[in-house]
Design a protein around this ligand. Structure first.
Ligand code: AMP
Length: 146
């Protein structure tokens, strides 16, 4: 497997070098709005560890990652009155992965509303901010200072 690149986009977001619309953070994970959402309220949950994906991740990272995935799944469902939530996670390019830092997609779903394409159109930043506000309020996230 190709080595982990510490300068990938999500590593830079975790380091604070690149911006994101953050909706949750703790010691192990960071969650923010996907800039090319496949549905309204599409969130990415990123582990703060140096792994490309599930295949090279330290198993100890996976528990805290899924805890945050569950928190955001419940959060986006409640925030947007969704009918369900799709969880997706891709490993290597052949499987559709485009950013090589371990992350999980959390996408609210409504009956009869299909997903938009993967890495399709860029969302309006103002819309993402409004949606992120809704999620932050719903899950009670006010910031992380660790
Ligand atoms: P994957 O194909 O699973 O690696 O997903 C990467 C996701 O990251 C895609 O859904 C992209 O829309 C999203 N993405 C790429 N760059 C950024 C960024 N700077 N901020 C937020 N999301 C991003």
């Amino acid at each position: 497997m190709t080595a982990y690149d510490p300068n990938n986009i999500f590593a830079k977001i975790i380091r604070g070098v690149l911006p994101c619309e953050r909706v949750f953070e703790d010691e192990h994970t960071l969650a923010f709005m996907d800039i090319m959402p496949q549905g309204d309220g599409h969130v990415l949950v990123v582990a703060k560890s140096a792994s490309r994906n599930l295949l090279d991740a330290d198993p100890a990272v996976l528990g805290p990652l899924m805890v945050t995935v569950q928190r955001l799944a419940k959060g986006v469902k409640a925030a947007f009155g969704a009918d369900g939530v799709t969880i997706m996670q891709f490993n290597e390019s052949s499987a559709g992965q485009t950013v090589f830092h371990i992350h999980v997609h959390v996408i609210p779903r409504w009956n009869d509303v299909p997903l938009r394409g993967h890495t399709g159109e860029m969302a309006d930043p103002e819309l993402l901010r409004t949606q992120a506000d809704k999620i932050r309020r719903t899950i009670g996230f006010v910031g992380f200072t660790g």
